[in-house]
Every structure is written in C-alpha cells, then in structure tokens.
Design a protein around this ligand. Structure first.
Ligand SMILES: [Zn+2]
Length: 395
C-alpha cells in the first residue's frame, strides 16, 4: 500500500538557512524560472490562438535544451527544477479546462510577476535533493542540486520516503522547505483508523468550546480562563510601566511569555480533543465559517477563542485526512435559528441559551440544537439522509 502525505497539510514547513551566496543563487533561479514560466505560458496561448493547437508538457519539455542555448544562464538551474516549471504551466491549463468543463468561469492562466513566483520544486530524492539527518557534529542539512548544503531546522524526523522538496521564499525573505513523502504499509496503517459509521455535528461557541450533536460539551478548559486573567494582569502592569524604562522591557517579556504559554496549552488541548473526535467519528460536520457576534465579550476573550477555533478546524481537517475520515463544512447560516426537530425558524438572540420551538415544543440547549443542524446539513451534503436525529452513542 502506498500513499502520499504532504507536509504542507497542517504541518509546519521547515525553516532553512541558505548562506548569502546561496540566497543570491536561489533568487536568480526564481527569476529565471519565472521567465520560463511566462514564456511557456505565452507559447501555449499563441499556439492555441494561431493554430488551434494545445501544446503538451512533453512537447514543451523537449524545447528546454534549445532554450538553454539561447539563454546560457538557464544551465545554472537544475534541469529537474526547470522541467517542473513547465509542469506548473501544464497543471494551470489542466485546472483551467477542468473548471470550464464543470461549468465554472475560471480566469485564464495568467503571467506571474517576479515577486509572486516564489518557489522551486526539486524532484527525485537522492538525485536533485537529499537530506542529511543531524549528527553529533552537524545540524540537519538539506542538499540541493547545484547549490550544495543548506542548514535546516529539523524538529521531527521525516517519516516515510521523501519524494519532492519545494523550496519557498516568504514575503519577509525567510526560506522554507516542504518535503512530501511516500509512506508505505505500516506508516499509513498506523494512522488509518478502523472504519466508523458514526457521524457528529460540532458547534463551536464561547461559553463552551464546542457542543457535539450527541449532547456532549467540550468545556473551555479552566486554564484558558486563568491564563486570560494572567494576560490581562500582565498587560495592565505593562501599561503602567514608564515608557522606555528597563521595567517596561521586563514587563513586555512577561506578556510575551504568557502569550507563549497560552499558545502551547491551547495547542495541547486542541490536539487532544481532535484526536478523540477523529478516533470515534467517521464523518465530522462543522461550520464553514465561524462568524459570531460576541457583543458582551471583551476583545481579549474573543481573540483567544477565535485563535482556538481556527486552530481547531485546521487540525481537525489535517488529522481527519491522515486517518481517512471525512470533514464536511456546512453553511453556517441559520444553524442556531432553525429547530433541529421540525425545521421551524425563529429569532435567537445571543442571550437566549435555550431553544424553545414555538411549533413543535422542542426544548433544547441552544448550541446542542446548532450542532444537530450542522450534523443534518453535513449528512445531506454527502447524500446521506437528513433530519433524523441519531441516537446518542453510549450515553
Ligand atoms: Zn420545532
């Protein structure tokens, strides 16, 4: 069994530190690749416009040697990196035609500016790139064809066999590499979970972190509340310290540390909840966008909650993909106003915590009602029945 996992999915990319000379080289390569991209795009457009011909990837690749004769600087760039540029043009056209077929109105593939063209793909592990794990003497190293050894930050060991490495420049001038790996047998099986027919709707809120459609609440952990208070206290002390004083610098550090601590604890909390959810449920329905009107809440609480939710959704998606689970995002409109039993809609101001249906008489917690609607929309979206409230498993 083979499968691919891309580090870009929910995983941080690895920072790399090219030397100044290497950076100059990478920048030059990006510039050349950008030119090749635009030239290949232009050639395709003209061929189609003038002769009605669609040029293929193979055709354009075969032209690369001739391009190198005209522009010798291209010889500096690893050939596989150049071939990938042509592949990107090919993919852009494929996407375009696929979307046309689906009845969308996609934009025609566009030329790229030097600033927007910011990544290079190195294919074939062991050929155009290599990875040397850290040893006692040396740090982990990324070896790139025609560039040499680049220092790399390696927090986790790479699992599986590396396939391609994408080296990317950020707008702030940092460099990252993301390595996609091929996983075999055990590596995949260890992450794939037994099939689950169970489905759940998840409604996130401020008072409770999330409400699950079978009636369970995930409370916002008390520590997050405590940290909120600590942050407010540190912030007050900071604002009292005189501008430009040593004291102020110290207080600023305290604030930064509290932020870091909140971040770490939140991450642990979310990882743990996501692990449980993905383990139990085969289908997880969530809202596509969480836009809530949190009138009475101070900004601080809101920002903490917002950050937690977006992290929660990102991790849920990533973990679910790894485990072969399905995440369905549903339209968040009316999830709290609609009665989960009869479909009646009524106004639900935020202060009203209990949903009392004026049509069928259902009385249910507001967020519980929301999570049931999210579940039923999710089931409908994947073609499974809806408007049936599943019984709570093992309650
Ligand atoms: Zn009702």
């Amino acid at each position: 069994m083979l499968g691919f996992a891309d580090e870009r999915m929910g995983r941080p990319m690895r920072l790399v530190y090219p030397s100044r000379k290497q950076r100059q080289k990478l920048e030059a390569w990006l510039g050349l690749c950008c030119e090749v991209y635009n030239a290949a795009l232009d050639e395709r457009k003209s061929a189609y416009r003038m002769a009605g011909v669609s040029l293929s990837y193979e055709h354009q690749c075969a032209e690369l040697p001739a391009c190198k004769q005209v522009c010798p600087a291209l010889n500096e760039v690893p050939s596989q990196v150049l071939q990938d540029v042509v592949k990107r043009v090919d993919r852009a056209f494929d996407d375009f035609f696929r979307r046309v077929e689906q009845g969308h109105k996609p934009g025609y593939p566009r030329f790229k500016s030097r600033f927007r063209y910011d990544s290079l793909t190195f294919k074939q592990y062991g050929n155009s790139f290599n990875i040397l794990p850290a040893s006692k003497k040396n740090k982990a190293t990324l070896v790139l064809a025609k560039l040499g050894h680049v220092k790399m930050v390696m927090h986790r060991a790479i699992k599986g066999t590396p396939k391609t490495a994408i080296v990317k420049r950020t707008p702030t001038g940092k460099w990252f590499v993301s390595i996609s790996v091929e996983m075999e047998g055990e590596d995949i099986i260890s992450k794939r979970l037994p099939v689950s027919e169970e489905a759940v709707g998840i409604d996130v809120g401020l008072k409770t972190f999330a409400y699950l459609s079978w009636g369970k609440r995930l409370p916002i952990r008390a520590f997050l509340r405590a940290e909120e208070a600590a942050l407010a206290r540190a912030g007050r002390k900071l604002s009292k310290a005189p501008q430009g004083s040593k004291q102020r610098a110290k207080k600023r550090k305290v604030v930064a540390r509290v932020h870091e601590r909140i971040g770490n604890r939140r991450k642990n909390f979310i990882e743990q909840e996501v692990r449980h959810l993905v383990k139990q449920f085969g289908l997880l329905a969530v809202e596509a966008l969480v836009v809530r009107n949190m009138v009475k809440n101070p900004k601080l609480a809101k920002s903490i909650a917002d950050a937690s939710w977006s992290m929660f959704f990102t991790r849920l998606q990533a973990k679910a993909e790894e485990a072969g689970r399905q995440v369905v995002r549903v339209n968040p409109a009316y999830t709290s106003q609609t009665c989960s039993a009869c479909g009646h809609r009524q106004q639900m101001p935020l202060s009203v915590r209990i949903y009392e249906c004026s049509q069928c008489g259902l009385v249910i917690h507001r967020d519980h009602n929301g999570s049931l609607n999210i579940l039923s929309d999710g089931l409908q979206a994947v073609g499974r029945h809806s408007r049936v409230i599943p019984e709570a498993p093992g309650l």
